[in-house]
Design a protein around this ligand. Structure first.
Ligand SMILES: O=C(O)CCC(=O)C(=O)O
Ligand SMILES: [Fe+2]
Length: 326
């Protein structure tokens, strides 16, 4: 399904009417008040907890240990470490969720987007001809979705860009995801890539994402318009011990039996029941994950924010070409 054709009525007059409606709506929006700082964005959602301490560096110091924020952070950290996923419902308010949904749809209408349809390997690495074509190293996955990448988002006014670039969010993400005992340095960086730093995903009917490992080290998923039917996020916990191990046997196992509900692999698939505004931390570089095909008409929309342990990191050319068209 191609987005524009699905979103707009097929009748020409109706299409024009719909476009006029969308245009008026976006004019009205820009004249209404827009949240332009992290503080404004955080109000009214669980993200507000990130404002409850005066400086970012004091969030997690002993004197605030009894705080709600630390409890939430520790719950997330524990869940992330033991299941590869942590879920915070209602992290951002619904009016901001609506703003982001509208931003994504408006950019898609203006064709500021890329529809990825190419098959890809699980590892997001080019084919290696020293392995058979059906070996997990080369096995192809079918995916399709729209991406509105970071470069297409208004850096000054988009709530997504403001959220992504805020030191408050980064400090929180760092606390949750960088808790492995082998990691001494807890620094975390936003991406050096102008495209995959933070982006919107739009899945229309039949769109979905095959099994894959992420190229960015840490991914945080902000759910905006979860799929009504289909479009489930599934993560297979413990697929590989580190970001570069191949673990062909485990990967093969997931590819072979994951659709069998009684298989041990299926039981390791995490699928949190998310709602609009949910924040989901997922260890996507280490754990195979996918999005099942969307069945209902309403598109599934979310935003992915990526973080790295080193500054100026970028995904490889393969991933940029296949998914971002860049
Ligand atoms: O859309 C999702 O829920 C997951 C997206 C994802 O895995 C990705 O963009 O790499
Ligand atoms: Fe992913």
């Amino acid at each position: 399904g191609f987005g524009l054709t699905n979103l707009l009525p097929s009748n020409n007059d109706q299409r024009k009417k719909r476009l006029r409606f969308l245009a008026t709506r976006s004019n009205e929006e820009s004249s209404s008040s827009v949240a332009s700082t992290f503080e404004e964005i955080a109000r009214g959602g669980q993200a507000e907890l990130l404002l409850s301490h005066s400086s970012v560096s004091s969030y997690f110091e002993p004197e605030s240990r009894k705080g709600k924020l630390l409890r939430l952070a520790n719950q997330c950290r524990h869940s992330y470490l033991t299941t590869g996923i942590a879920h915070i419902p209602q992290f951002v308010r619904l009016d901001l969720v609506d703003k982001m949904v509208e931003e994504a749809i408006n950019l898609q209408q203006r064709e500021e987007c890329f529809y990825s349809t190419e098959d890809h390997t699980v590892y997001q690495e080019p084919n290696d001809s020293s392995f058979a074509q059906d070996h997990p190293r080369n096995a192809l996955q079918r995916s399709s979705k729209w991406i509105i990448d970071f470069d297409r988002i208004d850096q000054g006014s988009s709530p997504l860009a403001i959220l992504y670039k805020s030191p408050e969010l980064k400090a929180f993400v760092s606390y949750v995801v960088r808790s492995d005992s082998e990691i001494k340095d807890d620094a975390l960086y936003t991406s050096g890539c102008p495209y995959n730093a933070a982006y919107y995903n739009l899945y229309e009917p039949n769109d979905g994402l095959g099994w894959h490992f992420d190229k960015s080290q840490f991914g945080v998923n902000l759910e905006l318009q979860p799929g009504e039917l289909g479009g489930d996020f599934e993560l297979c916990w413990n697929t590989r011990e580190d970001d570069s191990a191949w673990c062909f046997d485990k990967v093969q196992n997931v590819l072979d039996v994951s659709d069998d509900a009684h298989s041990p692999v299926a039981q390791r698939i995490q699928d949190p029941p998310v709602g609009p505004g949910s924040l989901v931390f997922f260890a996507g570089a280490r754990n195979l994950h996918r999005v099942t095909p969307v069945v209902s008409q309403k598109p599934r929309i979310n935003a992915i924010m990526t973080f790295e342990t080193q500054p100026n990191q970028r995904p490889n050319a393969y991933s940029l070409k296949k998914f971002f068209g860049r």
